[in-house]
Design a protein around this ligand. Structure first.
Ligand SMILES: C[S@@+](CC[C@H](N)C(=O)[O-])C[C@H]1O[C@@H](n2cnc3c(N)ncnc32)[C@H](O)[C@@H]1O
Length: 215
């Protein structure tokens, strides 16, 4: 997929404003009341570490890329870490009061299996939080997820555009109820980080969805 080559520079490339900055603005969940979370596509453990800092007691993680998991393991933010496909994880059914994924959905060709697996993992009353690139931004900026290798070569990772209605359709079909939807736009913070993004000022750049499994 490409993350095995990206792992060395991944954390220097990803801007927290893309995902963590949006998670910070959510009205739900109350992070400190979450006992057990499943972090699907946990990567190097950025999301898991952020959750732990907000008081989440235990975070289990799943990821396809062994090199990313090795960094997460060394970081130590997670409880259980599983190498595998997040749409068919080995994690326990009905055990999690939060299922969360950050910057992952653009790598999935179909959202149905994601929302169905999240549903399987969630306890009754549990939440699913998905945050990632806004479909408008991927299309407007023509910007697939990309990185520069240690040899200086620019590589793009296969990126799928999922419209907001694709998320709503797939999640509702799996049984989820929408609790919150937040979109973030390119503003001063982004322009300070990336002056070339002046041309995207006020365009939606990321989106976060919060779903609840009825109790
Ligand atoms: C952009 S990284 C995000 C990592 C982490 N959530 C973060 O915010 O830093 C995307 C991660 O998703 C993982 N991934 C992509 N498709 C996956 C799948 N089908 N199952 C499990 N992991 C997957 C990749 O290996 C990679 O580590």
């Amino acid at each position: 997929m490409g993350y095995g080559q990206w792992v060395g520079s991944y954390e220097q490339t990803v801007e927290d404003a893309m995902d963590l900055g949006v998670l910070e603005k959510l009205a739900v969940p109350q992070w400190s009341s979450v006992r057990l979370a499943a972090d699907l596509g946990c990567g190097t453990g950025r999301t898991g570490a952020w959750l732990r800092r907000r008081g989440v007691a235990t975070v289990d993680g799943v990821d396809l890329t062994p090199e990313m998991l090795a960094v997460a393991r060394a970081r130590g933010a997670h409880g259980r870490l599983v190498e595998g496909d997040l749409t068919d994880s080995e994690l326990h059914s009905g055990a999690y009061d939060l299922v969360i994924s950050s910057l992952v959905d653009e790598h999935l060709s179909d959202l149905g299996p994601y929302y169905r697996e999240a549903w399987r993992l969630a306890a009754p009353g549990g939440l699913c939080v998905l945050v990632g690139l806004h479909p408008h931004f991927i299309m407007t900026a023509g910007m697939p997820t990309h990185f520069t290798t240690a040899e200086g070569e620019d590589l793009a990772i296969t990126t799928h555009v999922h419209l907001i209605s694709d998320h709503v359709t797939a999640a509702l079909a799996a049984g989820w109820q929408l609790v919150e939807l937040r979109e973030a736009v390119v503003g001063e913070e982004w322009i300070a980080l990336k002056p070339k993004w002046e041309k995207y000022r006020s365009h939606p750049v990321s989106a976060a969805y919060v779903w609840r499994k009825p109790a």
